[in-house]
Design a protein around this ligand. Structure first.
Ligand SMILES: [Ca+2]
Ligand SMILES: [Ca+2]
Ligand SMILES: [Ca+2]
Length: 118
């Protein structure tokens, strides 16, 4: 093999390496760590406006819009100060209990009240 060919071969190899490096750069798997929270935090299986994770916090059924079956949906009851786990009438939260449940919700998701227009 003469020097000219060796040189060409070497050059070709260098170019191939560079191209490979570039190709690898562009083919890097997209780093998208699926945030478990983002997927589950705003899921509302029963569509009552109360997210699944909040139904857990509150103790309501995430597959039942009206857990206590009194005709009022879970979030509507919560918003208006009624206990979604106790049938109306007589299900209005006393102030301390209402503050307590709101604090629990806030601890679980500080933005919840804004999100659902509490
Ligand atoms: Ca729900
Ligand atoms: Ca529910
Ligand atoms: Ca209800």
């Amino acid at each position: 093999m003469n020097e000219y060919l060796k040189e060409k071969l070497f050059l070709g190899l260098v170019v191939a390496c560079i191209l490979l490096a570039i190709a690898m750069l562009f083919n890097l798997p997209k780093v998208s760590v699926p945030s478990k929270e983002a997927e589950t935090i705003d899921m509302d299986s029963d569509g009552d406006g109360l997210f699944d994770n909040m139904e857990e916090v509150v103790g309501t059924d995430k597959n039942d819009r009206d857990t206590d079956g009194d005709g009022y949906e879970d979030l509507a009851e919560l918003k208006n100060g009624f206990n979604p786990l106790v049938k109306t009438p007589g299900d209005k939260f006393v102030d301390s209990a209402y503050s307590e449940i709101k604090n629990r919700i806030k601890d679980a998701d500080p933005d919840f009240f804004t999100k659902v227009g509490f």
